[in-house]
Design a protein around this ligand. Structure first.
Ligand SMILES: Cc1ncc(COP(=O)(O)O)c(C=O)c1O
Length: 401
């Protein structure tokens, strides 16, 4: 007899490839062994930022009896974030535009709860972060996937336009993009905004953008960033400190409403934010993380070190015969195997204790993702292995010809 709800079963089916990878693969067996090279998830492999540790330690000491009382979006961090985000995106945020959440995942769940009814459709482009689909299914919404196009995985606006229906309520844009590292340009986003204005008119309902930007501050070569919130007023931003601080287990983030949103719509969303966060099960960050916001705002992982890792791995992998899409942002490298099946290559690397995120969990089986959060010794140990596996695949192919 069925026990779990249909929507959770649908989410579980969608999560199945990643669940198997995490709990039932050779990675599951070897994870945690200090001898492996772990390029899978965006997890830390070195000690945390000292500034983060200091901030948590400092703010864990209570200053009054209410220190650990229930905390919603506290007015102090709301005001500070409105100011800082305003400077960063050149948009006039007000404190009420910022809802503090426990990470981007909670911000995304809140946005879905705010915008989607059962049966509402949400569009996103693939390859994508593997949680959008199960999160939509768990919200009883309908995921509509379109492919990113070409070798550089650009947004395919005509494909997006083609799947818009009378039930479309939101288009998810992730920039900088996981897994490809692409940052979408102002021109692309403006064209998307025009498309969504026309489509909203056509279906008689406003289509929103959820701009998922947790890697916004992780950009290479001084690359510009433009948020969809600056070109399309009906945009909600989800953000996380888990990436820039490389501390995804200390949950902190926010959902921010574009200040350009017409005041009637913005007011309606502001008025519903509290209910959505409460009804979803207290989607607010813990008290200590809220107090720490001013200290954490200026902190970042070492971008020089990350840039050096990107250069070292890109050059070595390309030389070994892998195609690497050099990222403009994020801490990932999106790579194509030099031949053979994705499964065979992943196994060959895994047998030698080099673990990458398999593309099959993102609907791109010939690709894999490398997280540059791996330590320098892991990187150095892995490079001969990547070369050896590429050579073995080439020899096999030649022997077969
Ligand atoms: C594109 C994207 N969005 C959202 C998240 C969720 O971030 P957090 O776990 O910090 O909430 C992630 C995490 O990997 C991500 O890659």
């Amino acid at each position: 007899m069925q026990v779990a709800s249909n929507r959770v079963r649908a989410a579980a089916d969608s999560f199945e490839p990643i669940r198997q990878f995490y709990f039932q693969s050779r990675y599951a067996d070897r994870r945690g062994d200090p001898g492996i090279c772990d390029f899978t998830f965006g997890n830390p492999h070195e000690m945390p930022l000292p500034g983060l540790v200091e901030a948590i330690r400092h703010h864990a000491v209570p200053c009054n009896k209410d220190w650990f009382a229930y905390k919603t979006s506290e007015s102090g961090p709301q005001a500070l974030l409105a100011e800082r985000l305003g400077q960063e995106l050149s948009l006039p945020f007000e404190p009420a535009d910022i809802a503090l959440t426990n990470g981007a995942m909670a911000a995304i769940a809140v946005a879905f709860r705010l915008l989607l009814d059962a049966g509402s459709e949400a569009i996103f482009s693939t390859p994508a972060w593997f949680c959008y689909e199960p999160m939509l299914l768990a919200a009883d919404a309908v995921p509509r996937k379109v492919r990113l196009q070409g070798e550089r995985f650009d947004l395919d606006l005509s494909a997006i336009n083609a799947v818009i229906s009378s039930r479309t309520r939101v288009v998810i844009i992730n920039t900088p993009h996981n897994p490809t590292g692409r940052i979408y340009s102002r021109d692309q986003l403006t064209a998307l905004a025009e498309l969504l204005n026309r489509a909203s008119e056509r279906i008689g309902r406003r289509i929103f953008i959820l701009s998922d930007e947790p890697y916004r501050r992780i950009r290479f070569d001084g690359h510009d960033f433009i948020s969809p919130a600056a070109v399309y007023p009906w945009t909600l931003i989800s953000y996380s400190y888990g990436k820039v601080l490389l501390a995804p287990g200390q949950r902190l983030g926010y959902l921010a409403l574009s200040p350009l949103m017409p005041s009637e719509d913005k007011q309606a969303i502001q008025d519903s934010l509290f209910a959505a966060q409460m009804a979803l099960g207290w989607c607010f960050p813990n008290a200590v993380m809220q107090y720490a916001v001013p200290d954490l705002e200026g902190l970042s992982i070492d971008m020089h070190a990350l840039t050096a890792k990107r250069a070292r791995m890109t050059a070595a992998l390309e030389q070994a015969g892998y195609d690497v899409l050099e990222p403009e942002g994020t801490f990932y490298l999106f790579c194509k195997y030099p031949g053979g099946s994705g499964e065979q290559c992943w196994d060959a690397l895994a047998k030698r204790d080099v673990f990458v995120m398999p593309g099959r969990v993102m609907d791109v089986p010939d690709y894999f993702r490398i997280s540059l959060t791996a330590s320098q010794p892991m990187i150095e140990r892995s490079l001969p292995v990547f070369a050896e596996v590429a050579n073995a695949i080439r020899s096999e192919r030649q022997a077969a010809e």
